[in-house]
Design a protein around this ligand. Sequence first.
Ligand code: PGA
Length: 248
Amino acid sequence: MLIAGNWKMHTVPDAAVELARDVARRVRSHADSVAVAVCPPSISLAAVGEVVRNTPVRLGAQTMHEAEQGAYTGEVSAPMLGAVGCHYVILGHSERRQLFGEIDAGVNRKTLAALAHGLVPIVCVGETLNERKAGEEETVVGRQIDAALDGVHLDSAAHLVVAYEPVWAIGTGETASPEQAQAMHRFIRDRLVSFGAPREVEILYGGSVKPGNAADLFAQPDIDGGLIGGASLDAESFAAIVEAASKV
Ligand code: PGA
């Protein structure tokens, strides 16, 4: 099980450090059964990296550029993320796709670059409400997976994480039902395996996961944890979700 907190564009650096400390303290007792990660804004990665160093909590970034360095104003690269202690990098989050014009081919370039630099990509996929209403969720998510993983060869299941995040469930308070999520996770797992990926690649569910719905989601056989937005900004709620994962 892996529970990752996506803090998005929240927390000034002092607040990020405080939140990371609180999270590290609260989740310590579950370290044996659940992997925990926090993904703060890039400006706080170094400071939060210091806080979680020597704790079981891992550090993740929310995006990156695929080049190692260069004239890319405003961007950060995989070697930079690695240098401040990042283990994970979230790639292709629906907000990046919808608000910042990221496309499947770009997610693929970033995925390859992250892997080449020893980062574990958390590749996000998910359909919009209209796509689901049209019954196209498998077509859309299948295409996103195929594109993101083009040319990817995994030596180990631990080198990749996929997050299924139905766009209609992100930040809306609406969650996919455990059955809906399980069906998509099974579909994603089969798709990954058809790519030669190990069956054990972790597939996280994301989209309005809260302490009250976490246990039912995590009880599904193909749900290996969660990517948590809103509820990860409150250490108590986040820790409660980690605890729910520890009971599976
Ligand atoms: P949410 O966000 O938990 O606030 O719905 C999830 C995500 O965007 O990763």
